[in-house]
Design a protein around this ligand. Structure first.
Ligand code: PRX
Length: 654
């Protein structure tokens, strides 16, 4: 038996689809399929038109695309500056008083920052960095929490042509050191401490440790956030506020080439060493702005909230470059969804009248676990569109999101993309596409993607396989920092001229993509390929289950068996009866082959700080191996408890 897309669709019980409402369509930026047609007719001409529409050029490009497989150049010869694109041109157009960021600090402090104010701050910091000797082409590390100085620092770097390398504020000193060393950063911008659930995290202390190892760093700039005493190294460390105080608020932007490096951002691959993904200026900016505009249906009065962290690509593209490029007002929230109360997000939506919310399925499943009473305490009627990103969304979570956050009436756009792609690749156009809960629908106009089998042949409708991108796109990575061979090997060695995304997906008869997670999250049980996501989706479909993670456990007889780790909804107790019920539930929805052999109940799943479930660690736990790299784990206590339980289970079996 093979598992086809029908079974995933069956998880959405009524089989309902959601066509755009007349009301939505009437105000949609894109309300017909002409963009798809234009892009199909001539993809390069299409992107050239978008580049004229979205980007302000100092000088127009010479060639739209130079493709020297696997190295792309988009808009070569064109000149621009990303900070100018995000700030100056809006101020010049009379929009200086428009709010760029509505900042909500974790302790409840707030700041409203206009485009003009942000431009001034960016110029001051840019001048200060120059004063420290930072030059065009130098790499600058940024290790900050979600405070307005983070986008300001990125844009100051962009302004002077110094590529930034942001490290997520929750990473450890070692992780910062590795990345700074790899990037050869000359300067690190950090803060005294960060707020995290009411506690102060010692970021400056971590930065000090990182700098002990990363010898290229000559200067550290420290933002005062909590006001804690921190030790400052004379000659190396400078307070941000002191440094910028006397600087001019004018700083001529560097004229950058389209293909100059804008930033590197580290992401994990199959090996332990993170990859510094390279993004260049024009193509990335274009893809960021274009996708932000058409997928989120941006209007002048949009109040946009991307609830990701700027330390990840989602935040780079949709809290900074794409959204500021489009001159949009953004909510910037420092804290977590449950501090100090479980309705903090909904307070924020109500307070700022957010019109778009973009977050990860893991957050949605957490809200489901807490129950709808938290959003129901608030007026969420300002919301016009919801988005998700980062992992497959199970249909039940999609429906819950639409129902309880979206008043059962607004579009939910599931957006598939990667650090490597720079911007959204597969997603609906909310004024055009009929939505199916759990599907990211189709590649955007200008994006070409396919699902292929081992041999590289496109699968027929209903089939599943590997996701490939079949034509270069403007926001694509330009390689891995200092590792061209690894770049070729990772993404291009398998299918030659097609980019291997590393994800599995199925295509349904309407050509919709159903992403199933990383290829290494696909299990092979008795020769049947089963996605961990499908089984998880089935488990979460059960009324007792809040969240589930599934891994393949090596088995002599069947290749792999399925081990599930399940978090129950509050108030529900695990029992042997419930184990049997869950197994049957999965059996019913997908087929007997997909029934988990092992089910372990756990109050929490091990997750990265960005909220991704670390299945690799769960595989280690279920196979009772020593744990692999745990540096990206948010809370190590969770896996240790699971290890203890797994050892107990094994003891019982023996
Ligand atoms: O497996 C896919 C999953 O996240 C991976 C990329 O992770 P990262 O580079 O951290 O970027 C995350 C934010 C863009 C992909 O290879 N992924 C991302 N979005 C989706 C998704 N899986 C399913 N559906 C999505 N919408």
């Amino acid at each position: 038996m093979s598992v086809d897309v029908k079974t995933i669709e069956a998880l959405f019980k009524e089989g309902r689809t959601f066509a755009p409402s007349e009301e939505f369509r009437a105000q949609a930026n894109v309300s017909n399929d002409s963009l798809y047609k234009e892009a199909d007719a001539d993809i390069e001409a299409f992107w050239a038109r978008q580049a004229e529409k979205y980007v302000s050029w100092y000088k127009k490009w010479d060639t739209t695309l130079e493709w020297d497989l696997p190295f792309a150049k988009w808009f070569a010869g064109g000149k621009l500056n990303a900070a100018y694109q995000c700030l100056d041109r809006h101020v010049a157009a009379g929009k200086g008083d428009k709010v760029a960021y509505l900042f909500e600090g974790e302790p409840g402090d707030t700041r409203s920052i206009t485009y003009k104010q942000l431009l001034d701050e960016v110029c001051r910091l840019a001048n200060a960095l120059k004063g420290l000797g930072v030059k065009r082409g130098d790499r600058v590390g940024i290790y900050l929490g979600m405070i307005p100085e983070l986008p300001a620092a990125m844009l100051a770097c962009a302004r002077i042509g110094a590529p930034h390398c942001v490290v997520f504020g929750g990473f450890s000193a070692d992780a910062v050191a590795d990345r700074m060393q790899d990037a050869g950063a000359v300067c690190l911008i950090t803060q005294d401490e960060a707020w995290r659930r009411g506690k102060a995290v010692a970021m400056k202390h971590n930065a000090d440790e990182a700098c002990d190892k990363a010898e290229t760093i000559k200067n550290m700039v420290v933002v005062r956030r909590t006001g804690a005493e921190v030790s400052m190294v004379a000659g190396r460390d400078h307070w941000y506020h002191e440094l910028i105080a006397d600087q001019s608020s004018e700083c001529e932007p560097e004229v950058m080439d389209a293909e100059d490096l804008l930033f590197t951002l580290y992401t994990s691959g199959t090996t332990a060493k993170p990859k510094g993904i390279k993004h260049t200026t024009a193509g990335y900016m274009l893809q960021a702005m274009y996708t932000h505009d058409i997928v989120f249906n941006i209007h002048p009065d949009t109040v946009y909230w991307c609830a990701a962290d700027i330390g990840w690509i989602t935040g780079h593209t949709y809290i900074v470059y794409g959204t500021l490029g489009n001159g949009t007002t953004n909510i910037l929230y420092e804290g977590t969804p449950d501090y100090p109360v479980k309705d903090r997000w909904w307070e924020i939506v109500e307070k700022y009248k957010a019109t778009v919310l973009y977050c990860a399925p893991t957050a949605i499943r957490t809200f489901m676990k807490w129950g709808p009473e938290f959003p129901q305490k608030h007026d969420l009627s300002s919301l016009k569109l919801l988005g998700t990103v980062g992992e497959p969304i199970n249909p039940e979570a999609w429906i819950w999101y639409r129902q309880f956050i979206g008043a059962d009436s607004i579009p939910v756009v599931d957006t598939w993309w990667q650090t490597e792609t720079g911007g959204i690749m597969v997603a609906p156009l909310p004024g055009v596409t009929t939505l199916k809960p759990g599907s990211a629908t189709k590649p955007l106009p200008g994006i070409r993607a396919a699902v292929v089998d081992e041999a590289g042949k496109e699968v027929s409708p209903g089939g599943g396989g590997y996701v490939v991108l079949t034509h270069p796109w403007p926001g694509m990575l330009r390689g891995i920092w200092g590792a061209d061979e690894r770049y070729k090997e990772t993404y291009w060695a398998t299918y030659g001229d097609r980019y291997l995304a590393g994800d599995g997906a199925r295509i349904d008869t309407d050509g919709y993509f159903w992403f199933m997670g990383r290829v290494d999250d696909v299990m092979n049980v008795s020769g049947h390929r089963i996605s961990t996501t499908e089984v998880e989706s089935a488990l979460v479909d059960h009324p007792s289950v809040a969240e589930a993670a599934v891994v393949g456990k090596a088995d002599e007889q069947t290749g792999q068996t399925i081990a599930a780790f399940v978090t129950l909804r509050s108030g529900i107790e695990g029992s042997t009866e419930l184990v049997a019920e869950l197994r049957n539930h999965v059996g019913k929805l997908i087929g007997p082959i997909a029934k988990p052999k092992f089910i372990t109940f756990t109050p929490e799943l091990p997750k990265t700080r960005s909220g991704k479930i670390m299945r690799r660690l769960l595989r280690d736990v279920s196979e009772q191996r020593l744990l692999g790299d745990t540096t990206t784990l948010a809370d190590t206590g969770v896996v240790h408890e699971l290890q203890r339980r797994a050892a107990e289970e094994a003891g019982k079996e023996a």
